[in-house]
Design a protein around this ligand. Structure first.
Ligand SMILES: [Zn+2]
Ligand SMILES: [Zn+2]
Length: 418
């Protein structure tokens, strides 16, 4: 028999308070107004969720160690043998005056996934033995936030693009870390998908649950805590704390419009040097040539590498442009209190959140190629200043999207209905 649990929930994207009927067998539940996913489908039985995720986390950590200990790519060219691990790539950037870029590559490919996995291990292992870990709320908070910066799947695409590009120059031998990375990406996706945070919170704080919250007050707005999903009554004036995870509860993200607009403007300014300056500087037989993002794509297309040229064109030129345009449009329509197609605008917002990280591909490609191709007297590749500007565009647009509160899109609609 299907067990259906009815609960009150407010949508994170449009703020509509609604009754949600969820049963694990029936699949995910969507918001009746903006179609945001309110509760994911769970393929794992609730009583096995913690143990299942713990097993995945341990497997992922082992794979992570192997993926970082061994070379991703090995090259054989003109009697030279070259190999690069992820850490050598970061070290290369660091020693070539690209400290900011080194930090970004380290965070997105090593730091973020490592913190995510060790943080989850710290919480799940004691829970498995029926102990509540100390400092679980802030650590889980960190795990959720840092996950936003983990870009292993984008790195994988970058590695594949680099292999195709490098095979024109030398014999490429995919290293053991490459296969491990492929596997790790699947396991990480399974962890994010399978871990039921509702079950996790019930195990961490069994006494505080949605059912025992007083929701009769009229001066307060009901919202689900953005971090632990607990239903809370929040005053429209001042900000309070979530009783379960201690994070601040906001009726709307504070200064959402101005923060998002400032970050977007900075991204637009950086977009110019990102496209004008070279991302890669190639010195071959005494001749130095810089490749901008666009000229890189054109070169690939000229050599008949259409699929690769298309992938890089979409990831490095279309995605950032689309993000800048969508975020500008959202900010302007919210500012002029437009009621135009709120559902579609919310969808566009979710799209910018989803595609944001894929523009990092070019930076990973330039880093890998530069770390590998250092054959003195024959050919050297350096990462150009354009890559730093481009990295800034990616980070700034991701932060601008995060600062924007999609519930603002629906606020005017609500006012007009009143
Ligand atoms: Zn909604
Ligand atoms: Zn909370």
């Amino acid at each position: 028999m299907i067990k259906e649990a009815a609960s009150i929930i407010t949508c994170h994207d449009c703020d509509l308070t609604q009754t949600m009927r969820y049963s694990p067998e029936k699949g995910s539940v969507r918001c009746s107004r903006c179609a945001a996913i309110l509760r994911k489908r769970q393929r794992i039985k609730p009583e096995k969720n913690i143990e299942h995720t713990l097993a995945l986390v341990v497997t992922a950590l082992l794979l992570f160690v192997i993926a970082n200990a061994f070379p991703i790519i090995q090259l054989k060219a003109e009697g030279h043998e070259l190999a690069a691990t992820l850490m050598t790539c970061v070290h290369f950037l660091f020693t070539h005056d690209m400290v900011l870029l080194a930090g970004l590559v380290f965070l997105t490919c090593i730091g973020a996934p490592l913190i995510q996995l060790t943080g989850l291990l710290y919480i799940l292992l004691p829970l498995h033995f029926n102990h509540s870990p100390r400092f679980a709320p802030p650590i889980y908070h960190l795990v959720r936030n840092i996950g936003f910066w983990s870009m292993l799947e984008v790195l994988m695409l970058g590695i594949l693009v680099s292999i195709v590009k490098l095979s024109a120059l030398a014999t490429v031998i995919p290293g053991i870390a490459l296969w491990t990375f492929g596997l790790l990406i699947f396991i990480m996706a399974a962890i994010v998908n399978d871990l039921d945070s509702d079950i996790l919170w019930r195990r961490i704080h069994p006494s505080i649950q949605n059912e025992n919250i007083n929701i009769s007050s009229t001066e307060h707005a009901l919202i689900n805590c953005h971090h632990c999903d607990l239903l809370c009554a929040v005053s429209r004036q001042d900000n309070t704390q979530c009783p379960r995870c201690n994070s601040r509860l906001y009726f709307r993200k504070p200064h959402s419009q101005s923060r998002s607009a400032a970050l977007l403007l900075a991204a637009m300014i950086m977009f110019i040097p990102a496209n004008v300056l070279p991302v890669m500087v190639i010195t071959s037989l005494g001749k130095t040539e810089g490749d901008t993002i666009m000229s890189g794509v054109i070169h690939l297309a000229m050599y008949g590498d259409w699929p690769l040229a298309f992938i890089l064109f979409v990831a490095s030129i279309c995605v950032p442009l689309l993000k800048l345009l969508i975020l500008s449009m959202l900010l302007i329509t919210v500012h002029i209190k437009s009621q135009w197609r709120p559902k579609e605008r919310t969808r566009l917002y979710r799209l910018t959140e989803m595609i944001g990280q894929w523009s990092m591909v070019d930076i990973f490609v330039a880093t890998l190629m530069a770390a590998l191709i250092q054959i003195q007297g024959l050919m050297t590749i350096e990462v150009g200043a354009g890559a730093v500007a481009f990295g800034a565009v990616v980070v700034l647009t991701m932060l601008a999207a995060k600062a924007f509160d999609p519930r603002l899109i629906w606020d005017n609609k609500e006012k007009s209905n009143e």
